[in-house]
Every structure is written in C-alpha cells, then in structure tokens.
Design a protein around this ligand. Structure first.
Ligand code: GAL
Length: 395
C-alpha cells in the first residue's frame, strides 16, 4: 500500500497568556489539538492502514486486503480529484501581514513557486502586503472578495481579527487557509462546528521554544553559569506580543531549563516585535545595565538574534565564551553565524513544509476534497552539528 509521507504535528499544546516581563507567571490552559494532516486522502489511507493491521491481527487476511484496497481507492480518488483539477484559471488571494518580515519573505517566495509548480498561472496568484496594519489588510480581503478569488490564504496582522475575517470570507463562499499566525481555539472550534472550508497551517511554537531551552541545557550549567551564582541569568527578546509564536517560545524556552532542573533568573524581558534593529537596541540596553551577568540571550526569532549579536559584538563579548545566544527560523545569515560560532543555535522554522501544506490545502478546497482544521509541521533544532545541512537546504 502506498502511503504519502506527511507533515504531521501531534500537539497537546499548553497555551499560556503572555509573559509580560521577568518573573510573571503564565496562566496555563490545556488545549488539545487535533492531528494535522495534508488532506483527507491521507486520513483515509491512515485509517484504513490501521483497520487493515487490526484485521490481519485477527487473522482475517482477506478482510485486511479488502480494507487496504478500499483505502488505496479512497486515497487515489481524493488525491486524484486534487491532482486532476485544472488550476490554470483559478485565482488565489494571498495576504501577508508584512512583506518586510524576513521569515515571511521566505515563506511567500516558496508559496508562490509551489503554487505555480502545482498549476496556477503566475498572474492568478495575487500576493499583497498588509504593512502590519489590520485595517489595510481588511481592505485587501474586501478587494479579493469583490474580485471573487477562488481561495484565500491569509497571514493575519492580528490573530484576534480572525473571527471577522472568517465571517467575511466564508460569507462570500470563498475557502480560507490561515497561515503562520494561529487564530485562537474558540475561532478554530467555529470552523469545526460549522464545517466551514477554513483551516490553519503552522508549526507548534512550544516545540521551538523547548528546542531553544534544550540547546542551553545541553551546554551544561558549568559552562553557562559564568557568574557562578548557580542560575542561568538570561535576557528574553520577544516577538509581537499578540502572536502565539512569541508567547509560546518565551514560555517554553524557559520551561525547558526548569524542566532540566536548572534555576533561572530573568534579567530583562522586552518586546522586539520580530525586528532586528529594535532587538539590537534592547540588547544594547540590557548589556549596559546588567553587563557580565547576562549569560544567555533568548530571541523569539533570528532577525532579533542578529540584532542581539550586533550589540553583543559591540560590547566586545564573544558568543560561546562569555555569552550564549539562540534564535528561531534558521535564516541563512543565522545559520552562517551558528557555523562560525557566533550564535549558539537556532531552530529551523520549515517554510517549505508550511507553504507547501498551505498551497495543498488551498488546492484541496478548490477540488472539493476538504481539509483537516489544523495542519501542523515540526521544527528542527539547529546547532553547529547540523547547521550546514539546513543551510544547504534553505540556500
Ligand atoms: C514566526 C517567525 C518570525 C515572524 C513571525 C511572523 O513564526 O519565527 O520570524 O516571521 O512568524 O508572524
């Protein structure tokens, strides 16, 4: 039986309210995510694989074979529907929250390439810049509705605007794929309950935070505790506070240290809004205030880690010797820095998997095969050991 390798996230995510500064405790609520898969064809194949296995265990070999055949047929039908749909005259409206964001630039480039590879005409892929302004983006969504695009892919400026966006787009009968900025649980529940053609594609940010923390844990307390106070003294530079990626990376990077039995001491916790120049200034301030006590700088993304590195170098500090620095995204420049020992590590935020899954989900909606309401993918921990192979992939 053929079975497509899929990008799957099994997440029981702990969603927390934003850490508003050093020492504040997050309020945790347990939310269980549904398993994310590429499409229903995969689910059908997966379910039938399980069924087939059970049947075989019960020595019902014939039944198992039948189940496997049925699953193959179901998978082939659904995949066939998507593959056989003529996309050359279909239009897709893509809203990006801000073109100047480094990671979303990689994401949208790959998204466009892949949509073309799948059969869309370049002129039918309309990608617009929300300029980090929800009112601008809402106007762009209205325009796509007026134009009557066949599907929309939306990276919301504010995740909290998702309800309004969904109502508009679903009301216009247009299927909708959210990317990168996850709407809240209540919003996702509405899609499920109403069986709307709406889904979210993204990675579970708690995993990236955990990986950041683990990279510091792996160095060992002796190496990191430079001031010898028995604690990991750190500075946290956060992304956009409204963004669940920022919230979860902030929380889970520190949780990984605590889970490993390390004591932590937050020297500073600032919002850098994913931006290199802002982070550079914030880290310069922290270093001048706390000096040699700063042992680790956690940045919610690589753009901010690059800014942090500029300030670290200006201060004459040396990553790996008297300070440690981690980011997320695996931007090429950050990977070069990891290889050169100027960053302790980063986490690969797989824009290939995410953009491909988003495009596949859009195509499934057009083909009428539908999607799960949550489509996930995995992050990859990046240290000096594997930075070259990730760089070869992203370059
Ligand atoms: C994150 C990414 C950040 C920024 C943000 C935008 O996943 O790590 O660099 O692009 O998305 O929402």
């Amino acid at each position: 039986m053929k079975k497509k390798v899929i990008c799957t996230l099994l997440a029981s995510a702990m969603v927390a309210t934003m850490l508003t500064g050093c020492g504040d405790k997050a309020t945790e609520t347990d939310t269980t995510k549904t398993e994310g898969t590429d499409d229903k064809a995969d689910d059908a194949a997966d379910d039938a694989t399980d069924d087939a296995t059970d049947d075989a265990t019960d020595a019902a070999d014939d039944d198992a074979t039948d189940a496997a055949d049925a699953a193959d047929d179901a998978a082939d039908d659904a995949a066939g529907d998507a593959a056989s749909t003529d996309l050359s005259d279909k239009t897709v409206g893509v809203c990006i929250y801000q073109f100047s964001d480094n990671f979303m630039t990689l994401f949208r480039g790959e998204l466009e390439n892949y949509l073309i590879e799948k059969g869309f005409a370049k002129e039918n892929i309309k990608i617009v810049d929300g300029a980090n302004d929800q009112a601008t983006q809402s106007g762009q969504i209205d325009n796509f509705i007026t134009e009557g695009v066949d599907v929309m892919i939306v990276n919301p400026v504010n995740s909290s605007s998702a309800e309004t966006i969904t109502d508009k787009v679903v009301g216009a009968g247009i299927p909708l794929v959210y990317i990168n900025r996850e709407p809240d649980e209540a919003e996702e529940k509405r899609w499920e309950e109403n069986n709307w053609d709406v889904t979210y594609v993204g990675c579970d940010a708690s995993q990236s935070g955990t990986f950041q923390g683990e990279m510091i844990v792996d160095l060992g307390l002796d190496k990191v505790d430079l001031n010898g106070n028995g604690k990991i003294d750190y500075v946290m530079i956060e992304g956009d506070p409204e963004n669940v990626d920022a919230q979860l990376r902030t929380e889970y990077s520190i949780k990984a240290l605590e889970d490993a039995g390390l004591e932590v001491n937050c020297l500073d916790d600032q919002v850098g809004n994913w931006d290199q120049a802002t982070a550079q200034q914030l880290v310069a301030n922290s270093l001048s205030q706390h000096g040699a006590d700063v042992e680790v700088v956690f940045c919610n993304n690589d753009a901010m880690a690059l800014g942090a590195l500029q300030s670290i170098e200006t201060e004459g500090r040396k990553v790996g010797e008297d300070i440690f620095l981690v980011g997320v995204d695996a931007l090429s420049e950050a990977l070069e820095n990891v290889l050169g020992g100027k960053m302790t590590g980063t986490v690969f935020n797989d824009h290939f998997a995410q953009s491909h899954s988003a495009a596949d989900a859009a195509i499934n909606f057009i083909a009428g095969t539908g999607n799960d309401k949550y489509i996930g993918c995995d992050y990859v921990k990046v240290t000096q050991d594997n930075a070259q192979s990730i760089l070869d992939m992203v370059k």
